[in-house]
Unconditional design. Structure first.
Length: 76
């Protein structure tokens, strides 16, 4: 599978895009991303391509969220 690199103008734009992808995973799999990720880390899920991508997207979401929250805290 060929990966496509997408660049965003801001961390907020990237956070929105990743959030939309997470929402799609959650809808297809009837599970919240946080719950999925905890099960994934414990080895309680299959290692399908979709689940690996979902886990990666969730980690990316957590990192982006931290950047955005930090920027907001320092803006005030």
């Amino acid at each position: 599978m060929k990966k496509i690199r997408i660049e965003y103008d801001s961390h907020v734009d990237a956070l929105v895009a990743v959030s939309k992808r997470l929402s799609a995973y959650e809808g297809r799999n009837k599970m919240q991303s946080e719950d999925f990720f905890n099960e994934f880390l414990k080895g309680q899920t299959e290692d399908s391509e979709e689940f690996v991508e979902w886990a990666n997207d969730y980690q990316h979401y957590l990192a982006l969220r931290e950047v955005v929250v930090t920027k907001i805290r320092h803006a005030g």
